[in-house]
Write a protein that binds this ligand. Structure first.
Ligand code: TRP
Ligand code: SF4
Length: 337
């Protein structure tokens, strides 16, 4: 049976953290075996909120791809590209925008959340809170174009993206109805089972909260950040018996990153008061550094050879364009333009 097309993207937010690694990238790596995977950096989407902060955009885009390659996204298996290098996506976005009713995008809850966050940030130091831009309103339509340009059947996303994907399915159906065609699939979400990795402070891991550990952090930085992990707050002295189940962050990281026997041993020693939290976290830092050593080494090799990385991206962008052009020829025919 022929493999199905799968599309997913990430906005160019710069270096990725362990939450991205556990939640998204390991999943993407596995999917490479079963689907024709198209993975792209959504740099146009980044502009929907950061149109005035583009100084770091080029580097941010590169950093995302470096992390992907280091983690095992394989250019021989998957197509890796920049959204802005596939102009067919922009063309499709225009055509889809014509058939998308305003209220479909206006009631998108994920978009509403984005606007709320944006306004609260702007509000901190700006009295004139800007209106939502035309481009941001079109966020789900652009996302639909990303997916439909490759006529993907499958889209791995987190729950926060489901509302956008619902609009994509509605738009695909509406296109088929209006132009009396069965050109487009209704793409299905593939929910990522996210083993939710919190930040070292126990809140959601994120770069803006300064509680994240980057895939590309060096050993020293990682060790330092791990020492900030919250442990069992009820424990006063290191020979008090501890409670692994109440250890808010450190023990959770153990369960995610350490071997089963190490996890068990840690729990036993903790409960018996035979293990201090500082030592426990020191060991945790070593475990994480060891796990990511090969990833970090591979990243460093790519980072030293950015020509090679841009070759990969350019070639991927060409491949994606060829695929998207096939779709667009059918689309232009269907629309009679
Ligand atoms: N909106 C997605 C996010 O913020 C990124 C994205 C853009 C995407 N276009 C896409 C994901 C197409 C899947 C398919 O995570
Ligand atoms: Fe958590 Fe380890 Fe401290 Fe126990 S010893 S509370 S598992 S950090």
């Amino acid at each position: 049976m022929e493999k199905m097309n799968l599309v997913s993207g990430m906005r160019s937010t710069g270096k990725l953290h362990l939450g991205h690694y556990m939640g998204v990238i390991t999943n993407w790596v596995k999917l490479q075996e079963d689907y024709n995977c198209f993975y792209f950096v959504a740099d146009w989407h980044a502009l929907t909120t950061k149109y005035d902060k583009t100084e770091t955009l080029k580097q941010d885009k590169l950093d995302v791809v470096l992390d992907w390659l280091a983690c095992g996204i394989d250019p021989n298996k998957s197509v890796i590209y920049f959204q802005s290098k596939v102009l067919q996506i922009a063309e499709l976005h225009i055509l889809l925008s014509m058939i998308t009713p305003n209220n479909w995008v206006e009631r998108d809850p994920t978009l509403k959340d984005m606007v709320k966050i944006l306004k609260s940030k702007e509000g901190e130091n700006n009295e004139n809170i800007p209106q939502m831009s035309y481009g941001l309103l079109g966020y789900p339509v652009l996302m639909s174009a990303d997916i439909m340009a490759l006529n993907a059947q499958v889209v791995p996303v987190g729950v926060d993206q489901l509302a956008h994907l619902e609009i994509t399915r509605d738009i695909a159906r509406r296109f088929n109805n209006i132009y009396k065609t069965d050109l487009f699939n209704e793409p299905k979400p593939k929910l990522t089972e996210v083993p939710l990795l919190c930040g070292v402070d126990g809140q959601k891991m994120g770069k803006s909260f300064n509680n994240d550990i980057k895939i590309s952090d060096d050993n020293e930085t990682t060790a330092k950040k791990i020492m900030q992990c919250i442990t069992d707050r009820s424990r006063a002295r290191k020979d008090d018996p501890g409670h692994p189940d109440k250890c808010e962050v450190a023990f959770k990281y153990y369960q995610i990153f350490a071997d089963k026997t190490v996890v068990e041993q840690t729990a036993i020693e903790c409960k018996a008061g035979k293990r201090g939290c500082a030592d426990c976290k020191r060991q945790l830092g070593c475990i994480i550094n060891e796990k990511f050593a090969p990833v970090r080494e591979k990243r460093e090799e790519y980072r030293k050879d950015t020509d090679k990385v841009y070759d990969i991206i350019n070639e991927g962008s060409k491949k994606a364009s060829v695929e998207a052009e096939k779709t667009m020829q059918l689309v232009r025919d269907a629309v009679n333009i």
